[in-house]
Design a protein around this ligand. Structure first.
Ligand SMILES: NC(=O)C1=CN([C@@H]2O[C@H](COP(=O)(O)OP(=O)(O)OC[C@H]3O[C@@H](n4cnc5c(N)ncnc54)[C@H](O)[C@@H]3O)[C@@H](O)[C@H]2O)[C@@H](O)CC1
Ligand SMILES: Nc1ncnc2c1ncn2[C@@H]1O[C@H](COP(=O)(O)OP(=O)(O)O)[C@@H](O)[C@H]1O
Ligand SMILES: [K+]
Length: 513
């Protein structure tokens, strides 16, 4: 299968339509269940070897998620595990009914209360998959609460039961998995921040869906996708042309800083430096310039007149922006820099807006202002900034993928919604998801670094796909965080430390498959 097809991210409805095409084409439902469950059973035996996990408790729901679980139970039983089942509900669909009867015949114990499963080394959760249609309540909910309290590792089939397949919402209560084995194609919920704690480690179990069936339902390329390393690599500005020179390697103007927040623009500048941009100019209040140049001697300082609060009042009169290929604006400018933002929005270069620039934008009619821009804009809000910018759109702490897509559509800007799973939407609905990150990045200043890195990347490749470039910068940044956290723990990745790992992250992107 071409690698890009496993990058598609689907909704429950799309998955159902794709599966239906396979069934319509002649693949028996039971055959698919055997195949899928066989692959999961094999994976479980690798992840949880019988020597260390001899006793497996399996939760059986009423639908085909339960059917998968029963096939897995049978296979693990034959492989020598001691398997015990909890049948969660009376009424089962036909396939699970048949498999349950056969499990009984094999002598696998079938319990109607969960207590006997407490003596398990691993729980396999086959209660609900993408067929969950209402909140879990009553005895079922109580049982899930108890299972979660047992502190036994849990492997969920397809999804942690109780998590909405698309939105990541908890439907009443949800199994808290250690490991989620997502089947066939990634479900949206795997990239919704609010579901991450329930998902545990996620892994895709491929079952050979023909690409034509995926494309028939999702289109080609699919609209919502993981940004893979391969794509990120194609959007790094390396290798450089042998005869290039500094003015051909991009000219970024980074605008930020104030007397109150002099540090953020340093971090943005260090992010830009790591992007490899040919020329870096920094517009900041004159009081901030000396410290900045001490740290980044290569940068061109545009010393700006200050407001009476020490914010940037305007760009310097002499500033010649003709060579500028991209602009990043916002870190540390404070809310006193409104007139500056008006000037910046009017400039003809691609523009990355971050931090205070977003809050200032929210104080005017953000959507109308963005619609009027002559050049492309990338907005890089965290959830709080997003809510200020787009108060009428879906909550960015809820269904983040829906929220970011709606924002890009209404604003005609590329919107990069930061978080544990950063999502980047294009106005046409295409959305990249960055599948990795680390909570080590959850501290002040790491976003400033991203703004600079992204600005520097855009400056170097102004004619390239801005949407994918933005996602590449987010991946690059996240990878740097992951490498830094490995070496410094999650506590040791302050924003400056992060900047020192960006080059290593670029090397990793260029080397990894
Ligand atoms: N068709 C197949 O053979 C395949 C099945 N797969 C598995 O099938 C799953 C989807 O199967 P289904 O469509 O049967 O759906 P589920 O197994 O997710 O469950 C649906 C059943 O649960 C009931 N239900 C829904 N919400 C409930 C609630 N809150 N409380 C109590 N009962 C509730 C429904 O009435 C229905 O009977 C996937 O997640 C996956 O595990 C696929 O992965 C692979 C192919
Ligand atoms: N829990 C988390 N897990 C992974 N990444 C995170 C987490 N929290 C924040 N991040 C990342 O850290 C950065 C924080 O940016 P931002 O909130 O703008 O911080 P600041 O404005 O202080 O620089 C973003 O890139 C975001 O994706
Ligand atoms: K499940």
């Amino acid at each position: 299968m071409p690698p890009n097809l496993t990058d598609a991210i689907v909704t429950a409805a799309e998955m159902r339509q794709i599966e239906q095409r396979l069934f319509d084409a002649g693949l028996p439902v039971a055959a698919l269940m055997e195949k899928v469950a066989g692959r999961i059973a094999a994976r479980i035996q690798t992840l949880y070897p019988r020597s260390r996990y001899p006793r497996i408790g399996i939760l059986i729901g009423p639908g085909h998620n339960g059917g998968d679980a029963l096939v897995i139970a049978r296979e693990l039983h034959h492989s020598g595990y001691r398997v015990a089942l909890w049948q969660a509900t009376d009424k089962l669909k036909d396939l699970p009914t048949a498999h349950l009867r056969y499990a009984d015949r094999l002598g696998i114990p079938i319990h109607r209360t969960i207590t006997p499963l407490q003596a398990s080394d691993l729980i396999v959760d086959g209660l609900f998959g993408f067929g969950l249609e209402r909140a879990i309540a009553g005895n079922l909910a109580d049982s899930i609460a108890q299972i979660n309290a047992w502190q036994i590792p849990i492997a969920s089939i397809d999804l942690p039961s109780g998590i909405h397949t698309d939105t990541g919402a908890t439907m009443g209560i949800a199994v808290r998995a250690t490991h989620t084995l997502c089947l066939g194609l990634w479900k949206r919920t795997c990239f919704q921040d609010r579901a991450l704690a329930a998902l545990g480690t996620t892994e895709l179990i491929d079952f050979d869906i023909p690409p034509a069936d995926i494309h028939a339902i999702l289109g080609n390329p699919p609209p919502v996708r993981i940004l893979t390393n391969t794509i990120a690599r194609q959007h790094l500005p390396i290798p450089r042309e042998p005869t290039t020179h500094k003015y051909r390697q991009g000219y970024l103007l980074a605008i930020g800083g104030s007397q109150r927040y002099p540090g953020s623009i340093h971090l943005t500048a260090l992010g830009a430096r790591a992007s490899g941009v040919g020329m870096l100019a920094i517009a900041t209040p004159e009081a901030v310039v000396p410290g900045l140049i001490a740290r980044l001697p290569e940068a061109l300082a545009l010393s700006c007149p200050p407001t009476n609060t020490g914010a940037i009042a305007a760009l310097p009169n002499h500033a010649d922006l003709t060579r500028t290929t991209a602009i990043a604006c916002g870190p540390g400018i404070t809310l006193d820099a409104g007139p500056l933002l008006d000037v910046v929005l009017d400039l003809p270069q691609p523009l990355v807006l971050d931090a205070d620039a977003l809050t200032l934008l929210a104080q005017r009619d953000a959507v109308a202002t963005l619609q009027q821009r002559r050049a492309p804009t990338v907005l890089t809000p965290h959830a709080g900034e997003f809510q200020r910018l787009f108060p009428k759109l879906p909550d960015p702490n809820g269904d983040r993928l829906a929220a970011v897509r709606a924002a890009a559509e209404v604003s005609n800007a590329i919107v990069l919604l930061k978080g544990a799973r950063t999502a980047i939407a294009h106005p046409n609905g295409n959305t990249w998801v960055v599948p990795i990150s680390t909570p080590a990045l959850a501290r002040g200043g790491s976003g400033d670094v991203l703004a600079g890195l992204l600005g520097g990347l855009v400056a170097q490749l102004p004619g390239s796909n801005l949407h994918t470039l933005s996602a590449t910068a987010a991946t690059w940044h996240a990878r740097a965080g992951v490498i830094a956290a490995r070496e410094h723990t999650e506590l040791g990745v302050d924003a400056f430390t992060l900047t020192q790992y960006l080059t290593r992250a670029a090397m990793q992107i260029t080397r990894d498959p």
